[in-house]
Each structure stands twice: as structure tokens, then as C-alpha cells.
Design a protein around this ligand. Sequence first.
Ligand code: HDE
Length: 748
Amino acid sequence: TEKTAGKVTFNATKATEYGRPNSLKPPAGRTAKLASPSAGASTLSEVNDSGKTGSPAEPGTNPTVDPLTRVRVDSGDRRLTTNQGVPVADNQSSLKAGIRGPALLKDFILREKITHFDHERIPERIVHARGSGAHGFFESYASLKELTRAAPFQKKGKRTPVFVRFSTVAGERGSKDTARDVRGFAVKFYTDEGNWDLVGNNMPVFFIQDAMKFPDLVHAVKPEPHHAMPQAASAHDTFWDFVSLMPESTHMLMWLMSDRAIPRSYRMMQGFGVHTFRFVNEEGESRFVKFHWTPKLGTHSQVWDEAVKTSGCDPDFHRRDLWEAIEAGAYPEWELGVQVFTEQEAEKFSFDVLDATKIVPEELVPVKPIGRMVLDRNPDNFFAETEQVAFCTAHVVPGIDFSNDPLLAGRIHSYVDTQISRLGGPNFHEIPINAPLAPVHNNQRDGMHRQAIHRGRVAYEPNSLAGGCPFQAGGAGFVSFPELVEQDEVRGKPEKFAEHFNQASLFFDSQAPVEQAHIAAAFRFELSKLTVPAIRRRVVSMLRNVSEDLAAQVAEGLGLDLPEPMPRALARPPKPEVGKSDFLSLSSHPGDGSIASRKIAIFVADGVDAGQVSSLQQSLLQAGAVGRLVGSRVGAFTAADGSALEADASLENEPSVLFDGLAMPDGAQALSQDGRAIEFVKDQFRHCKTILALGAAVELVQLSGLPSGTADKGLLLVAKPKARFEADFIGALKKHRHFERETDPPAV
Ligand code: HDE
């Protein structure tokens, strides 16, 4: 405690930068838990007393702030210097021989500045280049000692700091957020026993079964190499050519064509470890485990037309959404669940748990909730943290181990390897965001960009000159699970890997009708973009093994005759245990049902009813949502009662797709001459969002050309507003989408 007394929380001005005095301070009960000073314990650990991890975090401060303070820079009140700390007198002009003369080589200030600038970029990630990160913590619900000795799960209430990065896969670093794509969901746990990276996706299966095929998959989905198109899209020949020749990808394609691939927000998607991992307990007993993250806000998606439009008006849609929610104190939260099963149980399944194209249906092994993760702090610097963070599947801690999934095996190699070129050498673990909070001691030395200054003359082991240190931890260290292996070296696949369609059918058959319709439409769209008709036919022939209904819809949408079904690898495929699983539908993860942090547009114009505007704003605020006034332009408008209203967005700068719902107070019909307002209403309707029109503003809805007699629970037309319209509005917003109104093609 003495250590922290009088210590200033880093970046004391940050809160004021964002206009809120307490932005670093989570609400009561959600702060990083301070260990009792009298117990002399640390935030990170009940046992670890190393100087590096032993300091309790400031109240309200995420503990990962602490170890990063050493390298944080605030330039408030400071003079400008060179990288050598030399004060710079003039940052405007280079040094010249005479005011109109040539620039001089000795201008070391100019040269340093330009040289550094010339080298500002590092290679982007070969996949998952586009991403956004945040700090937070994981909190264990209970002790899982029986199952695993992994540090984060040893005690009820134990908090472990985390850094999370969400990403798209195919697009380059500057590409749009709302591409149809898998999303990365990578979590770095800074545990007492070193870093554990759970590098997952928002879909629980993968395209391929063996790491050998990964470069082929990525080459196929990335922009085609001759003309570098299309950016951040799978809708092109090479991708579908490859996957249609790889029937093992069928199951993943169902997920990729589903609404999971166009999430409404990173905060509203599930995450999965994908592979089967191992939990290992203190006694060395092991069980298989699969990891599931489930968002507290429920799982929600955009619709395709909306995602396409969003990518134009806000390519940073998901990045902004995550950033704004955290700055506003609406900390995103997920529950971590595990499916735990034994090897003997696994052997009985009709599929192989080492095959990453298969899930373990929750009907076979239920998901047990074991903790929650809260993201409560934005990075200070995108490059230093989000870009330089290096997730590696090889980063496991005692208590977590690998299975023999051959896809995982390739990953254990690939992630460490790729950082070496991406981050410029083998010392990437010393970059502050990657450095473990647990102390690091070994005899690895030197290399590019070494930060640590190792003391002493011993850099080998065994040694006597350093008293044998650092010494092996023995049983207290990481001990690989001693799995018995007695087999020939072969290239090949286990028998059950050859069944490719059962779980694709399981997924499709488990979707709600609207989700099925979206899957069919997504296949239709993607395949319509192909230039080689034979590939379209091959995909449809593959779909015949999934669902005749789906194959027929897609063929119809492409004007194709139904081709013969693709021959199956197994003449007599094993019978699946489960034919339908509710857990696979997005609608089965409603979350807490709240509309917290949703953005709702309230139209304003001169002459609107100020009372309605303010009561809408109030009720949205109470529900945790954000009501934004949208006018024909930003700035001041005069309400009917003469009061002033300030529009903070305009029809031009924030179109419909950036909002989850629309309210039009009486008087908003003044916008009826503005085509953008009509377009706004149409898109809200087309994307199945809640629309409220009060009094004469109902006219705006009529002008938007909805089919006559349209009525649904999300279209609230209140010609004579009475009390409670706000409650009805919020009730309808809680449904998020009103898919009952959706038609293909759209009615407006
Ligand atoms: Fe990755 N993957 N991957 N991947 N992956 C990378 O590592 C790789 C796979 C995933 O936010 C790369 O640091 C191979 C499955 C995420 O920084 C690279 C194989 C899953 C991220 C790499 C796979 C993932 C990556 C590129 C098959 C879900 C972003 C840059 C054998 C479980 C992490 C980097 C972040 C990133 C290789 C398959 C998820 C090249 C070889 C399956 C979330 O190392």
C-alpha cells in the first residue's frame, strides 16, 4: 500500500479529454478488485509477490495499466525534443544555406524526423489485418481446481487482466469493418503463470481440417493476385473454386453465409476457441475442453443490405462502436463457458473432436459457465497496443494443453513465426503490450530490439556460477500432458474426418426460418459474383448434400438447373446424434434483452414538438440507449414552443444504417421534401428496425412508399400520441429487429 500511496493514476488528463471526469473509473463493484492491504496480497495473484506483479492497482484502474506506465508518454507541458532528447527550437523549417538556398545535409533534426517517418509502417497481419482492441479483466465464477490448474480459474472472484482484439480476416488493415467475413476473437490473459492466448473466432468451426491447407485457403480468399480485387470479400471465383473442391469446408460455409458473418457489433457476437483443448489439473489428470464466449447483450447481426451501406458511410463501424461503448462506460461483457468431456466420451461421438470442422453439439455436452470478461478500458495508442499485440496459440500456461487437432498443430508454429517478421525479431515478447505480468527469467539473449538488460556473466544452464539460477520449476512448471502415442508416421486423415455434411445440415436445420432465408440469399449473392458458371454449379451440387431445400433456392436464385449432388467421400456416413440444436440459432442467445448502448435517431426540424423530443430522449437514456437528434443539417432548430434544439447529426453525415431505430416527433414531417429523410425511413423499414411516428409525422412514413396496409409490431404509427408511447417504443426496440416484415426482394 505504501507503494501506491500518493501515486498518480497514469494519464490523469485522459478523463477530461473525453469530457467525463471519471472515464477511467468503472462503476462501483466493477472496479479492479483491490486485495486487502493487510493481507499483503496483490491484485494479480494471491501468491505471486514479484516486484513486477506485486503492486495493487489504483482504485478504479484496470491492473494492466500499471505495468505499462513505464512506457506511457504524455507531452502536456513538455518541450519538443529530438529522439535524443535535444530540445528543438524550430519545427517549421529545414536548415538552408541562405533563405532561398539549398537544404543542408547537416540538418540532423530534419533527417531524424523524415527517417523515422519513412519507417513508420510495419507489415500488416497476413490474415486478420483489420482489427480493434480493448483492455479488461476476466473474473472466475468459482474454483475449477478439480479440472485445471490454470491460474485464472483457481479461485472464485479471481480477476486476471486481459487484452482482446477483434478482427475481420480477409481484408487489409484499412478495409471496412462490415464485410461478410469470420471475426477474430483473440484474448490474451496476463495470468500469474505467464500469458495465455485464447485465439478464437466468432464461429466455432473452420474451413479446413489440416494446417497444410491454410496457405491455399488464404490465397484463395484474399484479393486475386493479378489485379488485387476484391477487397475484404469472399464473393469471387478463387474462393469458391477452392472451397467447392474442399467439401470439408461445407459446414464453415454455412456459418459464413449466415448472419454471424455480419455482426451488428463486436460486443454482440459469440467467440469460440474452435479446437478441442485440454484442461489439466494438479494431479496431472486431463479432460478435453471447448471454449465459448457468449455476449451479455445477446447475439445480433446486421442484414446484408445494411452491412453494404454501412461500409460506405462508416467503414470503422465496429471499431467506433467498441470504442464509444467503452468510453461511455457501457462496458461490453461476455460469459465464458466450457464443454468438458473425457477422451472415452469423445471416442463414442459420430465425429472426431480433433476435426476443427465439427462442433460438439451442446445436447451432447452442455456448456458450463465459468466466468465473465469485461472490457473496461480503451487502448491509449492504437499502434503500440492493438497493432503490436501478438497473439500466439503456443502461449499456454500450466493447466491448459493442446489436443492433437492437426489444424491447431500448424497454428502452434505459425503465430510465433509470423510475429518475427511482423514485429521485427524474436524479442516481440518485450513489447509492453505483449510482456507478461509474470516475471520472465531464462538464458535467451540478444537479438534485434532487446530491451532487458541481463546482469551477470551467466547465460547458460546448468551453471554453478549463478547458483544454478534461473532454475527449472519441475512439477510447478508447465508439464506437457503425457499422451501415449504409438503409431506409424503417416500423412493422412482419420476415418471420421471424411464425413463433411452432417453438421452442415445440423446447422442449417437448426436456424430460424428468417436465418435460413438469409443463408440462401447470401449464397445467391456470393455465387452471382462469380464469372465461371462451373463453380456455381459445383457449389450447388455440394449444397444438395446439406439441404435439398437450400440447394433448390440457391439454384433458383441463380437461374440454374439443379446439378447432381456432389459424391460423398463415405458411402455410409455415420448417423449423427443430434439433428437439430437450438443453440445454433442466433435467436437463442438473447442476452439480457436490454437496448443498452443502442443508437436511436430522433428526427428534428423547425416546428417539432419539443416535449416529445425530450421525453423520448429521457426514456432512451433511462434504458441505457443513446438518442441522437438528426436534422437536415447539424446545429440549432427552433421547436414549436420556441425552444432551441441542437441536432448532433444530419441526414447527410449519419444515414439510417448507423441507427438501430427511428423516432419522428410531431413536426418532423417538415422533412418530407428531403429525399434523404424518406430514404432514411425506407432503410429503417427495409432493415426491419423499429419506427415510431407521432402526430403529423406519420406522413413521412406514408411518403416512404410502404405497401398499403403494412402493419407490424415495429411500426408504431401514433397519429394521436397519448401517454406511454415511449414505453411502447422501447418495448419494440428490445425486439431489435422485426423480421416478420421482411420480404425477398424487399417491398421498398
Ligand atoms: Fe489464425 N493466424 N491461423 N486462425 N488467427 C493469424 O497470426 C493461422 C485459425 C486467428 O488479433 C496470424 O499474428 C494458421 C483458426 C485470429 O492478432 C497467422 C491457421 C482460428 C487471428 C495465423 C490458422 C484463427 C489470427 C496472422 C491454420 C480460430 C488474429 C497474424 C493452421 C480458432 C489475432 C498473426 C490477432 C491470426 C495463422 C487458423 C484465429 C498467420 C496457420 C482455426 C483471431 O499466424
